[in-house]
Design a protein around this ligand. Sequence first.
Ligand code: ATP
Length: 605
Amino acid sequence: MTTKTPLKPDAEVAEPAPEPTSSDTMLQARQEAMRLGKRWRRQALPLAGIGGTHAVGAASAALTGPAALIPVAAGWAATAGTYGHAHKRASRWDRLYAGIAAAGSASFQAGLGLVGADGITASLLWACGCALSVPYWVRHSEPDPDVTAELAAPAPPPEALPVAPGTADRRIRLWDEHIAASGKALPGSTLSDISAFAYGWKAKLELAITEHWHAALQARKSILSVFDLPDGRVFVEAIPGESVRKARLTVLTSDPLQLKTRWQGPGLDPSTGKFPLMVAADGQPLPFKLWNPGAGAMHALISGVTRSGKTKVLDVILTEAGMSDRVLPLVIDGGGGASLPQWRGRTKLFADTPARARKVLRYVLRLMERRRPAVERQGGGSLEPSPETPLIPVVIDEAHKLLMSDDETDNRDVVRMCERIVQEGAKFGICLILATQVPSIKQLGNSTALRDQVKAGTIVGLRITEKGSGNMIDTGDPMPEHLKDLPAEFPDGAPTHGLGYMMTARKIRARALLLENPAEQPLVDVPLDADSAAEPLPALTEEANEEPNSERESARHLQSLTEDPGDADERIQAAIDAGTHPDAVSLMQATGLTLAQVRQALARR
Ligand SMILES: Nc1ncnc2c1ncn2[C@@H]1O[C@H](COP(=O)(O)OP(=O)(O)OP(=O)(O)O)[C@@H](O)[C@H]1O
C-alpha cells in the first residue's frame, strides 16, 4: 500500500537560491549606503561642513604665496552661499545660527590656512564644530522617513469589505426599512453611532436635507411601533451645537424610572451652583441650578397635580440649600403649614399664613435694599453666593393660593412683591422658588412679569391632568410628550410620583430623587451678611388682624413697596401713551396698579 503526500501549489515549490557574486555584494553595500545616506543626510550635514572647512584650511596651509588664498576664497564663497541659502528660508533664530556657523567656518578656514592643520588645530576644529552642531542635531533628531524600507515592506492586508446589505445591525435594518424608506415617517434619514447602555440604546440620527429634528419628534410614535415598545420609551433630543438635521435618539428597552431613586446626600457644587435633582430616563442625573456663577440667583417653578411629588422636590431643594454653607433658605407654606411641615423651625423664617407670608416677602424686599450698597461697592454685577453673603432662596409651596385673587381674596400685593423679587432679586443673591399645581400664568396671579422671569430660570413640570394648563411649558422646542400624557401609574401599578420633565437643555422624561425624611439631615447655620443682618427679622407670631385683604390695606402695602411714586406715574404715562383711556379703571387694568395707586397718581398729574 502506498501513501500519497499532498501536492503543494506550484508557487510553494522552492527553487535553490543561487550563490551571491562579489559584484552583487558590492551592489548591495552601495544600495545600503545610499539608503542610510538618504535617511541620515540632514544629521550628516554639519560633519560634512566641518570636513569641508578642514579640507579648505589644509589645502591653503599646503600652498604658498598668493595661491594659498585660492582655497580660502573658494571656501568663503561656499560658506557665504550656504549661509545665504539658509538665511532665505529660515526663521530669525535659524538665521542667527546659520550666521554663527558660517562665521565660525570662515574663521577656521583662515586660521588653519595661516597656522596649518596640525593635530591640535584639527582637533580644535572638530571639537568646536561638533559643539556648534549640537543645537542643529537636537532640532533634527528625527531621521527622514525610511522610504526605501517602506517601499520594500510587504503591502498591508486590504481593509475588510463593507458589510453586505441585509447583514447590518438589526436596528439599522428596521430603521431603513420602516422609517427611512420613501413614503415612511422620516424618508432618507440615517441612524449611526449606536451604543448600548443599561436600559436600552442610543444613536445619532441624521435627517434628509431640508428636514428639521422636530420632524423626528413627530415620528416618535412610528419609532415606538417599529421597535415594538410601550409608550414613553423613545426620546428625541437636539444635539447642542450640531446641525438641526441631527438629533440624539434614546430608546429604552426597560424603564429605569419605574424604580425610586433615592437622594444620595448633599451634592451642591459651589463652583456651578448645581446639584442633582432628577434622574433622566437614560440614567443620567439632571442638575438643578440655584445660581448661575457670575450671573446671579436663578428663579424656579415646580408644578404638578396633587400627589405628583412637588413637595418632595422642594424637600430636596431645601435640604441641599440648608446643608450648604452659602445658602439661607426661607419658607412660605401656602398650604397653611401642612405642605412643608418638616421645615417649621428649621429655617430662619417659616410662614404658614398669608399674613406671615406678606411679612416674609416685605422682609425680603428690605433685604434687597440692604444689599444694594454691596452691589454698588463691587461695581455692579451680582452678588456671588458665599459663606459671607449667602444666597437667599424664598421657597413658596402652594404658591397659587397666595398669588391668585378672587372675589373674596385680593392677593395683588403679594403678586407685586413677588414680581419685584424676580425682577431685581437675582443680582442681590435672592431668588424665588414657587410650587404650583399647574404651570400656568393664571396660577401666578396672571402676572406676565412672574411668568417671564420664572421661565428664564428652571421649570420642573410634573404630571398635570388638563391639556390647556401647561402654557408655560408649551413654548420653545416641542416637548416629547405633553405633561398631561404622563401616566399616573407604571405598568406594574406603582404610582408615578416625581415623574416629569426638567425644562433644561435635555428634554427627556425624568424622575425626581426621593428624600423620605428631610428632618433627619443636619443643616448648617449660615449667618446673614452684615448689611442684611442690620434688618430686624419680622416676628411671625402675632395672630390678630394680620390679614390685609381689604383694598385699602393692599394699596397701603403696595405704596410702602413703591419707594418712588414716580414708578406708578411712569406706568400710567406709558399706558396713556399706548392709547389706554385715562379713566381710573382702564388705567388700573392696564398698569396692574391698585385703584388707590392710580387715583393718587392721577391726582399728582
Ligand atoms: N420622586 C419620588 N419618587 C418616589 N415617590 C415619590 C417621589 N416624590 C414623591 N413621592 C411620593 O409621592 C407622594 C406625594 O408626594 P408629595 O407630597 O411631594 O406630592 P405633592 O405634589 O406635593 O402633593 P400635594 O399637592 O398633595 O402636597 C408621597 O407619598 C411621596 O413619598
